[in-house]
Each structure stands twice: as C-alpha cells, then as structure tokens.
Design a protein around this ligand. Structure first.
Ligand code: ADP
Ligand code: MG
Length: 731
C-alpha cells in the first residue's frame, strides 16, 4: 500500500479546486443572525419577560424564575423558525474545551402525542452527568451530580453543524455543593469584584460612574496544514505538535510570510469561518499571515470580557470544524513545529465605565490624567505584587515550549510602558518629599495623550518581547498560549486588579481622613505604588540573556516550567486573595491546582508514548529498510570485485544509521523504565516535576535528535512521516 504521506501529497497536487463559500453578503446583514440578542428577544417576549431578561443580561443577575417559562418559549419560537430541533447548555469545563449535551425539543405527552417543548426549568438549570469532567477530587465520581446554570449575560446562540441546528445556552458549571467546575464561574466572580473595586475608585473622579466593565480583545494565532498530511502524522493528531521532524532547508528566515498575500485555499477557509463567526455575533475584524510559514492570525473588536471569552472558545470550535470542510487541519498548539515560531493569544485588556470612558486611555486634562494615572499605576502594582500568579495563569505543558523560546515573551513577568510614560512615572517618583498640591499641576498638566504616537512606534519594535505591554489605551498580555481558554488569565488579572484597587482606596482614604486634599492624597499613593513596583518595568529586549541576568538581580522570578509555576496557586497569599474577593475557596483552588498538574502529567505521558510508538513502528523500520538496501549494494559491489574504497560512502552512511538507531532504542528503553518508576509517585506535584525533568527534559530532545538525523540520511521514498517542508509549504 502506498504510504499515506505520498497519497496525501498526490491529493494536494491533483486537487487544485478550492472549496469556496458564497460570502458576498454584507457582514451587517448576517451579523448576530444566529444570536438571541436583546433586540431579537424584544420581538419574542412579553414586556415583563423582556425586562427581566434585559436586567439580567446587563447585570448578570439571576433570571427571575417565574419568567423562565416565558423566556424559554420565546427562545424556542425564535429557534424553531430557524430550523432548530435541539437545545443544549453550553459550558466550559476544566478540560479547556467547551462541552454540550443536546436534548431534543421533542417530547411525548401522557397519552403518547408528541409535542415540541422547552420549559423554563430546562433553560435555567440542568444536571449533566458530571462524572467524566475533571473535578480535582471535588466531586467523588460516584457523586456524579453537578449542574449547569444559565448565564444570561452571554446570549443564547444557534450552532449550525452541517444541516443540524442546536440552540446553545451559555451556562456556568458547578458541583452540587456549589463549587465551580468550570472556567466561567470564577471569571464572572472576578468581573464582579473588579467592577465594585473600580467603581469605588472612580468616585474620586466622577460620581456618575456606576459600572466598570473589563474589556478583552484577543488576537488568536494558529497554524493550518493540509488534513491529508496531518493524518499521516500521528503525533500531530494525538498531541497537537510534531514530536519529530528535521528543520526544512527553508523555514522562516526569509521573513517572506508575515503580512504576505494570503494563499487562496487559506483565504477561502478564512472567509468561511468568518461568516460563521459573524452569524454567531463574533465581531472579527482582522486577518493576516503570521511570521511562520502556514501561520495566521485573526482578531475581533474587543468586547466585555465574559462575552469575549465565550466568543474565543466558540470561535476555536468553529475554526476547527470549518477547517475540516476545507480539508485543512487547524493547529492551536503553542508550538507545533520545533525551530519555527509558536502561537500565542494576545489578550488586550482594559476597563471601561458606563459613562463611556476607557480607564486606561491617557487623558488630555489634569483631571482625566489623574484618573488614567490611577488605573495605570494600579495595574502595574497589581502585576508586580502578583507576578507569580500571572505567570501561573498562563502555564500549560504546551505553552512551556513557547515561553522564552526567543519568539515569545520569556517566563519572566515584566511590563513595558514606553519611554514617555517611563519619564512621567520617574518625575512623579522623584518629587522628593512628595510635594503635591492642586495648584502644582506640573505633572497633571502634562499632555500624557502625546505618549500615544510614541507607544505606537514602540509597538512594532521593542515591546514585542514584553509579556505585558501598555499599547496606548490598553495592556496587552502576550504570554497567553494560543490554545488556552482566556478565562484563567483574565480571572487572575481582574482579581488582582480588584484587590489592588481596594488597597489603593483604603490608603487614599486614610490620607484624606488625615486632612490631605483628594488630589494630593491620590498623587501620594500613586507615588508610593510607583516606588514599590518599579522593578517590574522593563523597556529593553526581553529575549536577551542580559535581561535574564538583570531580572535575577532585581529579584524577579523566572519560572520556566509549568509544575513549578503552578505553586503560585497554592501560596497563602493567593489563597487569601481569592477568598477575600470571593473567587475561589481554598478547596476550589486546591482542586484546580490538582487538575492542572494532572493535565500536565497526562500530556507528557501521551507525548512520551507517541514518541515511543512512532520511533519503533515508523522510524526504525524505515531506517532498517534503507540499511538493507545499502547492505545489498555493498554486497553487490564486493561481488564484482570492487575494492573497499568503492563503497566507503555507503559504509559510512550505514554506520551513522546504526548509531542513530541505537540512540533511539536506548533512549526509548530508558524512558520507559524511568516512566515506570515515576508512575509510582502518588503526589501529583512531585510526579509532574518528575515528568518534566526526568522524561520531557531528559529524553525528548535526545530521541528526537537521533530521529531527525535519520530523516536526512534515509532515502526520501522510504520516509513515512510528512516532512516539515511539506507540512509548512504544501497547500
Ligand atoms: P495590534 O495589537 O495588532 O496593533 P490593535 O491594537 O488595533 O492591534 O488591537 C488589538 C486588539 O485589541 C483588538 O482586538 C482590539 O479590539 C483590542 N482593543 C482595542 N482597544 C481595547 C480596549 N480598550 N480594551 C480591550 N481591548 C482593546
Ligand atoms: Mg497586538
């Protein structure tokens, strides 16, 4: 039988037809077509029910139960008009993916007549069997009960899969005793905490502000490879990344991919998934090639954070599905290809008030300057005080491959703010004795707004190497991994910001009580925070070795691996932070820590197995075949009486092949032995550390090195795995 690799290549060569969708419709026509927006709800609900839904969707407050039936009926009517047959609660369990369990509207009455029904109770709450979702020990598996509850702040939507249509209700997922088992519940709590703390601080500046929304605009990077080729790479299918593969002669060194013309097949895919996204109300705005070959990016217009997170989760799903339609495999892994740039998901974050003010937009007047400085400096202080937690919030087995790999920010958390704002902070800090008064407006009169063009310049240059950069009117958290659910880092960011703002307010109020004028008190605490957190500010090259040294001198942590970085979730400081802000109790936190460690262990375990499998059943057999060809050739040359020198080259290749086969076998065998021992460890943390140090870091590179060398020694015709040049450049 022909190798999958070659039939896949043949298919690409023969199949010049691109799957095209009709995307001529205006975006505004289809935008939100499949979403039960408030505007849509207006047509389907009674006044009373509409008001109740409106109030809940704006405040996130629980829906009034008596209204449930009415709302469910309206939703059903809307959905049925669009051909929907089923509904599901749509939630995000701790697997990092989304989950659904579909139920039909169809049901039977007592006398056997069939009707279509959707009761209020089914809209508001369900009890999916929770036993197979990770719970970190929170829910013993025999106690399978957990329930999902409607999150009215994220609108219901219709998911179209082929011709099937399902009404999806965004929900939280909690255990029967109320502990969160998902990523949305803590995020919603953190949003509430930040809202409260930020509104309180806003009162210094504007009494009319009664709500602050955290905002998120994510930029999603991804790779696309031909699905046929991907099928011939079991490592890609099972682990999301290539465990083997020699660097191609041409990689990304010519830098000819970034912002280059989008290939037609990819373009068709993009238009197709964008169209689906628009129908779902995901406001996609940009699309372009990324730095690496076969790498791309999309980004929406920013939204309120809960909705933005849901939309990102939903979009990842849609993209995976639409890619299949185009015979493409979407890779969301942070590092699918060694030696080629990895993928991230930049999280652009800010806060906006119900009076329409972006709290991180530099002001033009002394008053707005002071408000900006307050929130700006509080963010810096929050990230400084909880840098370890920020690092932990983006930790994953796959993101470890990317962080610090000279293409992505290092594992050291630092903040870039640009030269102008650095100067502003320096000037505030250097007011010896802190002589601020209202008339002394030297600082507040500064046109901080002018820093924007300078920041924009930096944007394309130095700050790309920063994990957390101020980009003019928002912070951009760049260390988030491409496959991650944004909820975890956003929960942490919102919580630490809430906590910091609360302390800030306490301190400012303290000074005001002592008789200081409000503006002066604010400046004093801003100054104090600058002094306390300035060591986290860094404007230089985050990829450089010097920065590692400098950061160490400054006492900044540089935790390179997931198992160790997750310790931050277990510190007393973290427990207190989350409990004080009602985000997680210590049980929930422990459970999450456990789940993350388990996930890490399993991922390395799977990679180790796939590596052993591929090496033994793909790579070594191919090497042996080529060895035999060489042997036969040497034998033949000997037979006709040629001297040693005639087959010197063949012999030398033979020896090299032997060397690498032995290297692989030895590595695989030792790795298996090592795994057996590690599997006996009971403590998850210890086990995860062992998997990291004694499996991943000890064997993976070594085994791969031998295999990749075989790839460039062996007859191309015999090599079973699609090569990097094919995965990256054939489409
Ligand atoms: P780039 O980072 O490529 O220069 P932009 O700065 O235009 O691109 O935007 C990146 C993302 O940041 C977009 O999703 C955009 O909507 C988002 N963004 C812009 N302003 C805010 C804000 N105030 N809060 C959150 N996200 C924002
Ligand atoms: Mg950006």
């Amino acid at each position: 039988m022909e190798k999958l690799r070659f039939s896949a290549i043949k298919n690409i060569v023969n199949n010049s037809i691109t799957y095209e969708v009709d995307s001529s419709e205006k975006v505004t026509t289809i935008f939100n077509e499949n979403v039960f927006t408030l505007k849509t709800a207006r047509h389907y609900l009674s006044d009373e029910a509409y008001k109740s839904l409106q109030a809940s969707s704006l405040t996130g407050k629980k829906i009034d139960r008596s209204m449930g039936g009415n709302i469910a009926n309206g939703m059903k009517a809307w959905a049925e008009e669009r051909g929907v047959t089923h509904f599901t609660h749509w939630f995000q369990p701790l697997t990092g993916l989304s989950a659904e369990k579909h139920d039909s509207f169809f049901t039977l009455k007592g006398d056997g007549t069939s009707i279509q029904e959707f009761e209020g109770a089914a809209l508001i709450q369900q009890e999916p069997d929770a036993s197979s979702f990770p719970s970190g020990g929170l829910r013993a598996t025999f106690e399978a009960r957990g329930y999902t509850a409607w999150d009215p702040s994220s609108p219901a939507f219709i998911m179209e899969i082929g011709r099937g249509k399902t009404l999806c209700i965004p929900t939280i997922f909690v255990s029967y005793t109320g502990e969160s088992l998902d990523t949305k519940t803590p995020l919603l709590k953190a949003i509430v905490a930040l809202d409260k703390a930020a509104v309180d601080v806003c009162q210094y500046f504007d009494k009319n502000i009664s709500k602050v929304n955290a905002t998120l605009g994510w930029e999603q990077e991804y790779f696309l490879v031909d699905a046929g080729l991907a099928t011939a790479r079991p490592d890609l299918l099972l682990t999301g990344r290539t465990l083997f593969g020699h660097a191609p002669a041409k990689g990304q060194q010519l830098e000819d991919h970034y912002f280059g013309a989008i290939p037609q097949r990819i373009y068709a895919f993009m238009r197709d998934f964008e169209q689906e996204a628009y129908k779902l109300g995901i406001p996609l705005r940009t699309r372009h090639n990324e730095v690496a070959p076969a790498q791309f990016e999309c980004a929406p217009i920013y939204e309120e954070i809960n909705l933005a997170v849901d939309h990102n989760t939903l979009l990842m799903d849609v993209m995976l599905r639409v890619a299949k339609r185009h015979n493409l495999q979407l890779l969301l892994h942070e590092k699918p290809f060694a030696g080629i740039n990895g993928s991230g998901k930049h999280n652009n974050w800010s806060m906006s008030t119900d009076t329409g003010v972006n709290l991180l937009a530099p002001g033009k007047t002394p008053k707005t300057n002071l408000m900006f400085l307050t929130f700006f400096v509080n963010t810096i202080k929050a990230v400084h005080d909880y840098a370890d937690l920020i690092r932990a919030s983006i930790a994953s087995e796959s993101n470890d491959h990317r962080l610090g790999a000279n293409e992505a920010p290092p594992a050291i958390i630092s903040i870039f703010i640009g030269k102008y704002l650095t100067d502003v902070l320096n000037q505030i800090e250097q007011r010896v004795g802190g002589h601020f008064d209202e008339t002394d407006e030297a600082i507040l009169k500064m046109d901080i707004h002018k820093s924007i063009p300078e920041l924009m310049l930096d944007n394309t240059d130095r700050n790309r190497t920063s994990p957390f950069a101020f980009t003019g009117n928002k912070f951009e958290f760049r260390a988030v991994g491409s496959s991650a659910n944004c909820a975890a880092p956003m929960t942490v960011l919102n919580t630490i910001m809430a906590e910091t703002l609360k302390s800030f307010k306490r301190e400012v109020d303290g000074l005001i009580e002592k008789g200081e004028k409000k503006e002066v008190a604010l400046m004093h605490i801003i100054q104090k925070y600058i002094v306390e957190s300035k060591k986290i500010l860094f404007e230089g090259d985050g990829y450089s070795k010097e920065w590692e040294k400098e950061a160490k001198k400054r006492g900044l942590a540089n935790i390179k691996t997931t198992p160790l970085s997750l310790d931050a979730y277990q510190s007393d400081k973290t427990k207190k932070l989350f409990e004080d802000n009602s985000i997680y109790n210590h049980l929930e936190l422990e459970a999450r820590h456990e789940i993350m460690l388990e996930s890490y262990i399993k991922k390395v375990q799977i990679e180790a197995r796939v590596m052993g499998d591929l090496a033994t059943t793909y790579i070594i057999p191919a090497a042996l075949k080529y060895q035999n060809i060489l042997l036969e050739n040497i034998r033949g040359l000997k037979e006709i009486g040629l001297p040693e020198s005639a087959f010197e080259n063949q012999k030398s290749i033979l020896e090299k092949i032997n060397f690498h086969i032995n290297g692989i076998s030895k590595g695989i065998n030792e790795m298996i032995e090592s795994r057996k021992k590690i599997n006996e460890i009971n403590d998850s943390r210890e086990k995860a550390i062992a998997y990291c140090d004694k499996i991943k870091n000890t064997f993976f590179d070594d085994i791969r090195h031998h295999a990749d060398n075989l790839e460039i020694l062996i007859d191309d015709n015999l090599w079973p795995l699609p090569k990097y040049r094919e995965l990256l450049f054939l489409r």
